[in-house]
Design a protein around this ligand. Sequence first.
Ligand SMILES: *Cc1c(COP(=O)(O)O)cnc(C)c1O
Length: 421
Amino acid sequence: MDHFLYRDGQLFAEDVPVSEIAAAVGTPFYVYSTATLTRHFKLFDDALDGLDHLVCFAMKSLSNQAILKVLANAGAGMDVVSGGEYARAKAAGVPGEKIVFSGVGKTVDEMRMALEGGIRQFNVESEPEMIVLDQVAQSLGVVAPITVRVNPDVDAKTHAKIATGKSENKFGIPISRAREVYAMAAKMPGLKVIGIDVHIGSQLTDLAPFEAAYLKVAELTKQLRADGHEITRLDLGGGLGIPYARSNEAPPLPSDYGALIKKCVGDLGVEVEIEPGRLISGNAGLMVSKVIYVKEGEDRKFLIIDGAMNDLIRPAMYEAYHDIVPVVEPAPATEPATYDIVGPVCESGDTFAKSRAMAPVHADDLIAFRSAGAYGAVMASEYNSRPLIPEVLVDKDQFAVIRPRPTYEEMIARDTLPPWL
Ligand SMILES: *Cc1c(COP(=O)(O)O)cnc(C)c1O
């Protein structure tokens, strides 16, 4: 459920007409709903009610400072995967004890930054990383709390680019070697083993792979405890999918996911952490764009819009589907037209949808890409020297620009010339 609904023939973001935002900031732009963000966070928080738990927002899905503040105010911790994300979380007022550091290639500088600024735990992904973290912690005279990310060799049955839990993926340590690696960690004075971490992929639309992974983690918890390790926290990752097409069968609900977690690990007496990204931010955002031209091709109509692959790369990168709707609500019995919806970038990959049936639109009409809150703005670039598009946050009847569109001058001023030019 989200808060982008038609009202009086117009698409609204909460209580603000999308067309009003477009008039104020120009197109294309991203707009996010505070109510949807907090609602989705609360669904997870409530789903784990009764367990000692923390929901850490995977901020790689959407990392604007205003968004982080909204979620931090609601009680969220943060899952970060870089020094930049750590700095953003801290700048948004998230205390170190609510920040989890994930990622397969943490650098010495990133480790030092987090150890000095405070960290809930590092999710360690390899033995070389473990050795370096031990050294960095010792050099600072502190002890780094860690989990080891195990790779359970479970098929998440999702797009290959976002599956992370099979043995061929680069993530984590094979679960079969976990006991050996935990034994190694226990001997390192700069580390304190506190738990186990697992994350098998993104956009999962079925609970079965989660169940397979969590049961393996529960089994491992018992083995590691028998080996003498204190396992007090399980980080069960993120990855719950969202419906991108409204007609599609709905993915599992956070409440069912929570019930599954309780079933798999509820009797272990551990604190549970989860790291959802997309399910919190995905349907909390739209990308709004304007039709520049309707071009008649030989055998098809092209809708050429002012948004492009540099603004929203998911269709080009993952063959992702986004619902695309006109901002003016079509009359009930409107015959759909069929379009290839493309951006102006000089690549054939700059295609958002092929043969898409939608209500007919014309030059200068506004259209909205649904489910664009996650992995949208954060993956944007200035390819073709198209300035990063603005981000807007709505809260009831108010809206504010939370990242302005740079001018051409600002974009150019970021480059510096060497002295000899
Ligand atoms: C990407 C990622 C997440 C979030 O995935 P979603 O599909 O957005 O929920 C959580 N944890 C880790 C380690 C990740 O890499």
